[in-house]
Ligand binder design. Structure first.
Ligand code: USQ
Length: 397
């Protein structure tokens, strides 16, 4: 297949590009390199030393003989350029990762809120409008988030995207309907992914676009089978207070002797997936495309759920790290349970990497190996969800 990977230079985008290239697909990266610019803005860098996207593609070609093409396009701003690109290349599948993905970054200031909404909503809508205009019948696979569901406390399992509801007609007869699960985003970033869902629903229904939305949990880990093949193919690893996600942050904190930064009581339960499984799920979703006229296909892309304080205790037990319970800079439920259905990927053959097997390797191979590159002053989470919460954020101990 000819596949366009929008946002193919990012944390999940890059290993997906390599995985699909190795599987024999013709892969094109479309990226505006915004993630690299944001590193510059924040004064942070990936824990792992990362080459330019062009250099990464050159190494891959040297190693495998396969070409990955890179196109510098800003999807949110260069609509006509993207449309012309689609007309010329006519991809059979488009994988859309090209959104600002950090909740704390999206809550930093009003400017960051505006940027995240403009960037994410325009990028998604531009892709959809351009697909209709050019008449391309590509399968669009979007990386969404588990966070669109919110964290209700009623204890029911979260279905894969659609909720069955009984509606009483005027004559009293009850009919069952499936509706998009009501969204309850917890940050401006998660809100943009909730808006994406409505855009997809409309374009599938109005124009017959074939769309899959993957509601992914928190990704952990670094390597995939392909990124391991050469030092210069290594994936990025974020540990800072804005882009570092909780489990990867705990791993690097343990490696540098920094107390593990648990927000509040650590009673928040979240869904997790290893980056290798994430890449595999995208391949499985590509092979299971909806037909024209179908509703948006939604998968829950996660393999395990864990409570934040249990993760901290587990890593502390493995490494001897201390755990610090800090004021929570976010507005979120202090304690929640989470039960998630992921039957569709399991039925397609996903064989999950569990925390129990992968964690220790991650600590030794990545966190300890690159610990010397950590800037401790960038570890604290300093973006508050409200002005008041922002004034209580953690500082470097
Ligand atoms: N947390 C801590 N200590 C930390 C960092 C985070 O206790 O040092 C807590 C947070 O308060 C939160 C939980 O850990 O309750 C998860 O935070 P996170 O930063 O790991 O994840 P989140 O902000 O939800 O966002 C990440 C990705 C995002 C993706 C989402 C999936 O950045 O792109 O969509 O995970 S999900 O969480 O399922 O919505």
């Amino acid at each position: 297949m000819r596949i366009a990977v929008l946002g193919g230079d990012g944390f999940v985008g890059w290993p997906t590009v390599l995985h699909l290239s190795e599987a024999g697909h013709e892969v094109h990266i479309i990226d505006n390199l915004s993630r690299r610019w944001i590193d510059t803005e924040l004064g942070v860098q990936s824990l792992t030393p990362m080459d330019s996207v062009q250099e990464r593609c050159r190494i891959w070609h040297e190693l495998t003989g396969r070409r990955i093409r890179f196109h510098l396009i800003d999807l949110a701003r260069d609509y006509e350029i993207f449309k012309a690109w689609l007309t010329e290349h006519r991809p059979e599948a488009i994988i859309h990762f090209a959104e600002q993905r950090a909740a704390p970054y999206s809550m930093k200031t009003d400017r960051h809120k505006v940027y995240t909404v403009n960037n994410n909503v325009n990028a998604t809508h531009n892709v959809l409008a351009a697909m209709v205009e050019t008449g391309i019948d590509a399968h669009l696979v979007h990386l969404g988030t588990m966070g669109v569901y919110g964290y209700s406390t009623i204890g029911a399992a979260i279905p894969e995207g659609y909720l069955p509801v009984d509606i009483a007609k005027l004559d009293g007869e009850k009919v069952e309907q499936e509706i998009l699960y009501p969204t309850r985003p917890g940050s401006v970033y998660h809100m943009t992914k909730s808006l994406d869902q409505i855009l997809f629903q409309f374009y599938a229904q109005n124009d017959g676009l074939r769309i899959t939305d993957l509601h992914q949990g928190i990704v952990w880990g670094t390597h995939t089978a392909q990124t391991r093949r050469h030092a210069q193919l290594i994936n990025r690893f974020d540990y800072d207070g804005d882009y570092g996600t909780v489990l990867n942050r705990f791993l690097i904190q343990a490696a540098i002797g920094y107390p593990l930064t648990v927000h509040g009581t650590g009673g928040q339960t979240r869904a997790f997936i290893h980056v290798q499984d994430s890449v595999r799920c995208i391949e499985l979703a590509l092979g299971d495309a909806p037909e024209r006229g179908d509703r948006v296909k939604i998968f829950n892309q996660m393999t395990e759920t864990h409570r934040v304080r249990d993760l901290a205790e587990m890593i502390a037990g493995m490494t001897g790290a201390k755990v610090a319970y800090l004021p929570n800079p976010r507005k979120e439920a202090a304690e929640n349970d989470l039960i998630v259905k992921n039957d569709q990927f399991l039925a397609l053959g996903l064989d999950p990497t569990t925390l129990a097997e992968g964690l220790l390797e991650e600590v030794v191979e990545v966190a300890k190996k690159f610990a010397h590159r950590v800037d401790r002053s960038r570890v604290p989470a300093v973006s508050g969800w409200t002005r008041e919460l922002g004034s209580r954020v953690e500082r470097d101990p």
